[in-house]
Design a protein around this ligand. Structure first.
Ligand code: ADP
Ligand code: MG
Length: 282
């Protein structure tokens, strides 16, 4: 790194030397930082309290953060620490050095089926791990899928979207401001929904994008997009194998009752190919 004089670097809480901006989201800015002393690289996500966490860090939000801090999994971005100033909340996170997965797809196009499967297996292992602990992502989408320096997947924001939406008091607001292309039909219809089923739908959209190189549901007109999602109106491109086609159909099932569960995915022949046996049984 650069040898900026100490006075030029912003030091947070006497501990983190904040560096360059890594990315921006709807609610947050994420910076590269180094831990003073150990020199460990981390990512620091800054959220303005008045924008999002109107109710402060009380009750539910505090519990959600405690749950997130307990999630330790090779394919989930670790949350090391949560700090707060008067106006901001800082999430100190594991750094994902490879950047966003979908930046790579937009640059290089769709992945061969084997590579798509490997990343999808990593995604499902993270999702299964969280669901078994009662934590749902509810906002799985491209910007939340990062890569490490080995090209392995790291899911970010697990549990965080629940914190944000709890504080917002309106999940739909957040959804409509976010990425409707990944949102399950039952969310659009404003009925109650099951966090696990919603995550599975998003996993289906992500798998489609990995293997096809484009979105299954897409339309410049928002109402048309919603209509396509409601109807589950998508078509697999011809290069998708029959086995993968079948799995996609069972993930992008508009009926949450019949949609595959994590157990169903793990039992799927396309998914199981090349899988190390006991990885999902823990
Ligand atoms: P928001 O919750 O507002 O959507 P994100 O958590 O998605 O914010 O972060 C915004 C961007 O910052 C991401 O899309 C990604 O490019 C980058 N980023 C976030 N977390 C990390 C991380 N742990 N390591 C590297 N880059 C990250
Ligand atoms: Mg995000």
């Amino acid at each position: 790194g650069g040898e900026a004089p100490p006075s030029a670097a912003k030091v947070l809480f006497g501990k983190y030397e904040v560096g360059r901006l890594l990315g921006c989201g709807a609610f947050a800015r994420v910076y590269h930082a180094r831990t003073a002393g150990t020199g460990q690289s981390v990512a620091i996500k800054c959220i303005s309290k008045h924008k999002v966490l109107r109710g402060g860090l009380a009750g539910n939000v505090r519990r959600e953060i405690a749950a997130m801090r307990r999630l330790r999994h090779p394919h989930i971005v670790r949350l090391y620490e949560v700090l707060a100033s008067r106006t901001k909340i800082y999430f100190v996170l594991e750094l994902a050095k490879g950047g966003e997965l979908f930046a790579r797809i937009s640059a290089h196009g769709r992945l061969p089926e084997d590579a798509a499967r490997r990343l999808f297996q990593q995604l499902v292992s993270a999702v299964a791990f969280c669901h078994a602990r009662g934590v749902f992502h509810r906002d799985l989408k491209p910007e939340n899928l990062l890569l490490d320096d080995q090209g392995d997947l790291k899911v970010s924001d697990f549990g965080l979207s629940a914190v944000v939406s709890t504080a917002n008091g309106d999940r739909l607001f957040q959804t409509l401001c976010g990425t409707p292309a990944y949102v399950a039909p039952e969310i659009l219809s404003k009925r109650g929904y099951d966090g696990a089923k919603v995550d599975i739908w998003s996993c289906g959209v992500i798998l489609f994008v990995l293997a096809a190189g484009y979105l299954p549901f897409n339309d410049p007109n928002l109402m048309n997009l919603y209509r396509k999602i409601y109807r589950g109106d998508f078509r697999c491109p011809r290069w998708i194998s029959p086995e993968l086609r079948r799995l996609l159909g069972r993930l992008l099932d508009t009926n949450p009752e019949t949609r595959l569960t994590v157990e169903g995915i793990v039992a799927d022949p396309w998914f199981r190919t090349g899988l190390e046996e006991d990885r999902f049984l823990a």
